[in-house]
Design a protein around this ligand. Structure first.
Ligand SMILES: [Zn+2]
Length: 162
């Protein structure tokens, strides 16, 4: 195999690889295939099942007892699939606040941190954005009665006659 940078020879071997590309400074992938160029020093790493890897990584991060640092907040937010702006809207803070958390200018508050951890554990990466609904939460909105109707094995919301 040849190097895409210089055409030199690539040597393949199994290594313990610091996975800096994930944005966390302290993640090592044990025994993965790394191809290094003997000429220019460039390398490529073979990462199998990367979605599963990120899932395992996210679970490892939320299990830590230490408070989340900025890199971890950013990693988990991206793992969930939110932009900074959308994540801010989702949990009800300003985009500037999310930016300060991720850039280590401010520590995430305990409630927000628990919410982020819960989203990772119970929800996983987004299938569809619930943000539309959440951005419409308003102190001025009137409380509405909820109607529910049994359908098949479950229940669906039912508009109630006024
Ligand atoms: Zn090379």
């Amino acid at each position: 195999m040849t190097c895409i940078e210089c055409g030199g020879n690539l040597k393949t071997r199994k290594e313990n690889y610091r996975y800096l590309a994930c944005g966390l400074p302290n993640v090592t992938l044990a025994g993965v295939e790394v191809r290094r160029c003997g000429t220019c020093g460039d390398h490529e790493v073979v990462i199998p099942h990367i979605e599963r890897l990120h899932e395992a990584l996210a679970m490892a991060v939320v299990k830590h007892e230490a408070r989340l640092n900025g890199s971890e907040v950013r990693f988990l937010r991206k793992y969930l699939g939110y932009s900074g702006v959308d994540f801010a809207a989702l949990i009800g803070v300003s985009p500037e606040t999310v930016s300060r958390w991720e850039n280590k200018k401010e520590t995430m508050g305990p409630s927000a941190e628990r919410l982020l951890r819960m989203l990772v554990v119970h929800k996983g990466p987004i299938q569809q954005y619930p943000i539309e609904i959440l951005t419409h939460i308003s102190a001025n909105a009137r409380a509405k009665p909820i109607g529910l109707r049994p359908v098949g094995e479950g229940w669906v919301e039912q508009e109630l006659a006024a």
